[in-house]
Write a protein that binds this ligand. Structure first.
Ligand code: AMP
Length: 189
């Protein structure tokens, strides 16, 4: 089971829940949402039946406080992390990838303005839809802010896991198939 705090927060924003309203402005500005909110989301979510056979946390933890809270909640459930994967990508490539990405509005297939265009211009390869969408925070300015937040708040999570001996690095500059193969290899080890 893949659990993305970003996806869950976007769903809360769309549903206009209290949590969504609290998160919306921060997300639009490329800043992190408060630790309390995301820790609460993950604490509830990993207790669901579909997490019984394991889960991949995508975009969490993003601060050392979140990493510490994750340790506590896993310990309380008798669970432990197998691996933490750092995908290494140059900043410039990262901004280009994120600012240029968009998805099919119907089936969510991912595309990119220059790197991965649909075979027929304006038509989704998978479902034929002609409607596409972009995340409002996927513009160059907000991505720059998200990168600043990464270096200030998330990068310190790396030594936290390196000390525990579970940090693994994957070359995120490689092609999609190669990155997938490297992640599979980490998870199979
Ligand atoms: P993502 O979909 O992972 O790129 O996250 C999109 C936005 O959601 C981020 O820029 C943050 O505003 C918020 N967000 C997602 N995950 C977290 C987290 N673990 N801690 C704080 N904010 C988060």
């Amino acid at each position: 089971m893949q659990l993305s705090t970003g996806d869950m927060l976007r769903a809360a924003v769309a549903a206009e829940t209290e949590m969504g309203l609290a998160a919306k402005a921060k997300m639009a500005a490329g800043q992190l949402v408060s630790d309390d909110i995301v820790i609460g989301i993950i604490r509830d979510r990993i207790k669901e039946a579909d997490c019984k056979n394991g889960f991949i946390l995508d975009g969490f933890p993003r601060t050392v406080a979140q990493a510490e809270a994750l340790d506590d909640m896993l310990e309380a459930q008798g669970l432990k992390l197998n691996a933490v994967i750092e995908m290494k990508v140059d900043d410039e490539a990262l901004v280009d990838r994120i600012a240029g990405r968009y998805t099919c509005a119907k089936c969510n297939e991912g595309y990119h303005d220059t790197n991965l265009k649909p075979k027929v211009d304006g038509v989704c390869d998978v479902c034929g839809s002609t409607e596409f969408k972009r995340r409002p925070d996927d513009n160059a300015e907000t991505v720059g802010k998200r990168l600043e937040e990464y270096y200030a708040q998330t990068a310190p999570v790396l030594p936290y896991y390196a000390e525990k001996g579970i940090l693994q690095q994957v070359d995120g500059m490689a092609g999609i198939d190669e990155v997938a193969a490297q992640i599979d290899a980490v998870l199979a080890a």
